[in-house]
Ligand binder design. Structure first.
Ligand code: ATP
Length: 247
């Protein structure tokens, strides 16, 4: 588990002089930023500031009009190791007729990009762990399409967490989720950041929560978007499961 200080300063995301425009509408102008291993980056900004656009570029769904993006040191167009990155977009919703159950959707996080994978006992246990953390174990056998928006969002978060990706990118992850589950979720991810070598980038409108956890001064700005960053070196906790942090 020991990670050298040097290794934990490896760049996970590098934005190099990037700009982005939707047709004539320029949204991001000549912006450079680095996310290092074991950073927690909180992204705050008013509606329409360009936060989602930035995230979509970071996961390869949009290409910058100018500049370059590197993931884990590789130019994004050559990057193939998508299992290392979890991304929960802002608004997910399933077609009500989609036939998979909650458990199946969460489990599918384990075989991203793989057509077939044998499901073993360890996988079941990881799944139960993720379901428990997001408080959806009692609805594990329901069809995803028949759940409320808030319940579906918890399923997406459980799906992203099951794999314990090196980098988790979250776009307003707790919209529509009740206060208790929100609190547990933030406690969980800040714990994972402090003790489990994970790197986070999270868009939120909850300035108070961001400042309380990441400090009250942004490290950088891109137009109206502010970036709050906290780095973690703590290596004490080696318990591998997800649940212990909220108990
Ligand atoms: N597909 C699109 N085509 C044209 N303009 C777009 C498109 N998507 C977003 N925009 C515009 O780009 C700007 C940035 O949008 P973006 O969704 O990135 O903002 P945001 O900071 O995530 O906002 P919010 O807090 O409301 O989610 C907005 O003015 C938006 O209207």
């Amino acid at each position: 588990m020991a990670t050298s200080a040097l290794a934990c300063h490896d760049n996970i995301i590098e934005l190099v002089d990037i700009s982005f425009a939707y047709k004539d509408k320029k949204v991001i102008s000549d912006f450079s930023f680095k996310v290092k291993e074991r950073d927690f980056v909180g992204v705050i900004g008013s509606n329409g500031a360009g936060k989602t656009t930035l995230l979509r570029m970071m996961v390869g769904l949009l290409s910058p009009t100018e500049g370059e993006i590197l993931l884990f040191g590789q130019p994004i167009r050559r990057f193939r190791d998508w299992d290392r990155i979890g991304y929960v977009p802002q608004k997910n919703s399933f077609n009500p007729l989609f036939p998979a159950t909650v458990r199946e959707v969460v489990m599918s996080g384990l075989y991203n990009n793989k057509l077939f994978r044998r499901i073993g006992k360890a996988d079941q246990s990881k799944c139960n762990d993720a379901l428990e953390v997001m408080r959806i174990r009692d609805i594990a056998d329901k069809r995803i399409g028949e759940l409320s928006g808030g319940q579906q969002q918890r399923v997406f978060l459980a799906r992203a967490l099951i794999n314990k990706p090196d980098l988790l990118i979250l776009d307003e992850p707790t919209v529509g989720i009740d206060a208790q589950t929100q609190e547990d979720f933030f406690e969980l991810i800040f714990h994972m950041h402090a003790h489990h070598h994970m790197t986070f980038l999270m868009v939120s409108h909850d300035v108070e929560m961001i400042e309380e956890n990441l400090g009250d001064q942004p490290l950088d700005r891109c137009g109206a978007i502010k970036f709050y960053v906290k780095h973690s070196h703590d290596q004490e906790c080696v318990i591998p499961d997800l649940q212990h942090s909220i108990n």
